[in-house]
Design a protein around this ligand. Structure first.
Ligand code: ADP
Ligand code: ADP
Length: 231
């Protein structure tokens, strides 16, 4: 079963920037794909394309086997794609507590209070910040803030998580530890993911397989155990 499939994607900006020209990609259900590429290659555009925040001019996007974009005509709206994004800046609501931030998506989905509380507690436990539930966002470290961002995303149990350089603002040691935890959480929950980073070591820690965005294409570098990206 495929989580995501891109077929012959063409995408350019009105100013003449051609980002994708015949790009292809397949991500299996439960698979974590690490995506590398030079700055400006199109990595963020790729994630926005899958999230439905941007649309190809030609080609097909499929999510869980269902057509989400088709030849510039049909567009499935973002909220139907069952994909959520995690960014470099955690983008938390500063006026709510940690639990309040995590509860947000459940409130929006009108999950009843008792169940909400249970699911928030469960996911905070999972990302290892149960003791921070009532803490103010302004009192968190960078690493803690990213754990909250991850919890906020996991609590709604999306099929796919799209990571855009989530750890790039953190120092190296912390980045490595969090990368290991993120992989473990994705595997435990069976969540598919695309993980964009400029750090090859981080990509190999998190991902099952690596791809590179370059020259308008998405080039598959193969499964991680067979890779040595340091070369
Ligand atoms: P990456 O994430 O790999 O750094 P992006 O996806 O952000 O790359 O950008 C890909 C290319 O598209 C770059 O050349 C960038 O300048 C261009 N680009 C991105 N957003 C826009 C936009 N809104 N208008 C025009 N060009 C854009
Ligand atoms: P805020 O002050 O950030 O608005 P609230 O206290 O109103 O936060 O709680 C928001 C939601 O977060 C509640 O609906 C509840 O489900 C959940 N919540 C709050 N505190 C906890 C906690 N300690 N453990 C689990 N869930 C909690």
């Amino acid at each position: 079963m495929t989580a995501i499939e891109l077929i012959n994607i063409h995408l350019g900006y009105p100013n003449g920037n051609q980002v994708f020209a015949g790009a292809e990609l397949t991500v299996a259900k439960g698979e974590i794909l690490g995506v590398l590429g030079a700055s400006g290659a199109g990595k963020s555009t790729l994630l926005r394309l899958i999230a439905g925040l941007q649309h190809p001019h030609a080609g097909t996007v499929k999510i869980a086997g269902e057509i989400a974009d088709d030849e510039g005509r049909y567009h499935m709206p973002p909220h139907r794609r069952d994909c959520t994004m995690v960014f470099q800046d955690a983008q938390l609501f500063p006026h709510r507590s940690v639990a309040g931030n995590v509860a947000y998506g459940l409130e929006a989905a009108r999950v009843p209070a008792a169940q909400r509380r249970r699911r928030v507690a469960e996911v905070l436990e999972m990302v290892d910040i149960a003791e921070l539930a009532d803490r103010a966002i302004t009192e968190l470290s960078g690493g803690q803030a990213q754990r909250v961002a991850l919890a906020r995303c996991l609590v709604i149990r999306p099929s796919v998580i799209l990571f855009d350089e989530p750890l790039s603002a953190l120092d190296r040691g912390l980045r490595q530890r969090l990368a290991v935890d993120i992989r473990e959480l994705l595997k435990r929950t069976g969540t598919s993911a695309i993980y964009v980073t400029h750090d090859p070591a981080e990509a190999t820690t998190v991902a099952d397989r690596i791809a590179v965005v370059e020259h308008g294409q998405i080039q598959d570098l193969g499964p991680v155990p067979e890779l040595d990206v340091s070369k």
